[in-house]
Design a protein around this ligand. Sequence first.
Ligand code: FES
Ligand code: FES
Length: 215
Amino acid sequence: MDKSGHLPISRRNLMIVAGASVASAAVPGSAGAQTPDLARSGAAPVSSKVSFRVNGATRGLELDTRTTLLDALREHLHLTGSKKGCDHGQCGACTVIVDGQRIVSCLTLAVMHEGASVTTIEGLGTPDDLHPMQAAFIKHDGYQCGYCTPGQICSAVAVLDELKAGIPSHVSGDLTAAPELTSAELRERMSGNICRCGAYSNIIDAIAEVAGSAA
Ligand code: FES
Ligand code: FES
């Protein structure tokens, strides 16, 4: 304490004190921090009913509201064609078609799709009656291990619908013109579907054949 009754404090000590205050406020449970919402973090799971059409059939489920559409399909409806690759929206293996649009089913909750129409790889064709895209993948060897293939095929079917609808992509030159069926367009549109086996060129050949072009 100096003669004036104040504690002597250096600039360095002042910075340490200020830093400690900020750190204290940032740590949950420490003085000055928000009280954690313990009730919410310990909340019991909540169930909800959901009904949607899957591959043409109405399916009703009662699910934990945190269930993804992918888990609802695989674990509850036992439609294991859709694959869980990353569970983070990064690989496309779980791609399904919902109300005409392709989505990654691992990134959406099942209860969000009340009344929707969901098409999985099982709904596109059967071994005796293949969808043209499935037949083209076989013809062009568009797979090796096959793990990504259901997602690739669902995505490819939706890509051709997007092209028909005139929806531009990142590589479309003229956003107001109908997109051209080029290799660049197909590769860009399929870029969300990763193939660890690297069957990309054969996949593009298969899609191009179904699209009726030599892209
Ligand atoms: S499992 Fe859904 S994107 Fe990979
Ligand atoms: S065929 Fe194996 S990951 Fe695509």
